[in-house]
Design a protein around this ligand. Structure first.
Ligand SMILES: CC(C)(COP(=O)(O)OP(=O)(O)OC[C@H]1O[C@@H](n2cnc3c(N)ncnc32)[C@H](O)[C@@H]1OP(=O)(O)O)[C@@H](O)C(=O)NCCC(=O)NCCS
Length: 142
């Protein structure tokens, strides 16, 4: 089940975040997004526990997908696809036209997920994360 993310999911989100990224978002970062009016965020629940999440900002007719992760034991079971389909459904309802994101060029699982969901690569940012770690920009147009 997918629901809007809220402060009650914060602990589980932070646990997944810290296990998923070498430079994880801080608690402060998540809290400020959870209380930010332009932020639209969801969690995937299994037995009432958040096992995946998607965070982003709604700006005019655009959505900036800033973070997505699934807890390691649940990866490869379609949760990433569910989170993106749910995002798409909600964004279409509020007449968002485009989704933007950046991903490390070496993050093949994430890139394959985005490409499966019809995102198109639209350029690169050299050394965006650290030296030698470029970002690929992806967009999805509705
Ligand atoms: C990227 C991530 C969110 C994918 O979530 P997921 O729930 O495992 O993805 P799904 O099970 O929905 O898989 C959907 C598609 O993604 C691709 N994919 C997922 N894991 C993959 C892997 N390990 N290798 C290659 N492709 C993969 C495949 O195309 C897959 O479709 P298929 O099953 O038909 O082959 C997850 O791997 C994750 O949390 N990674 C760590 C955090 C991260 O890197 N986030 C992205 C930051 S931009």
């Amino acid at each position: 089940m997918i629901v809007s993310a809220s402060n009650k999911h914060l602990e589980q989100i932070l646990f997944i975040e810290r296990a998923s990224f070498s430079k994880p978002w801080t608690e402060y970062h998540f809290k400020s997004d959870l209380n930010n009016k332009i932020s639209m965020n969801w969690v995937f629940l299994k037995n009432d526990q958040a096992v995946g999440y998607l965070f982003g900002w709604h700006v005019m007719d655009e959505y900036h997908l800033n973070n997505i992760a699934v807890a390691e034991p649940f990866r490869g079971t379609g949760i990433g696809v569910h989170l993106l389909k749910n995002m798409e459904l909600h964004l279409k309802e509020i007449e968002v036209k485009s989704v933007f994101l950046e991903v490390s060029s070496s993050n093949l699982p994430a890139r394959k997920l985005y490409e499966k969901m019809s995102f198109l690569p639209k350029g690169e940012r050299k050394d965006y994360y650290t030296k030698g770690d470029d970002a690929v920009l992806y967009t999805l147009e509705f």
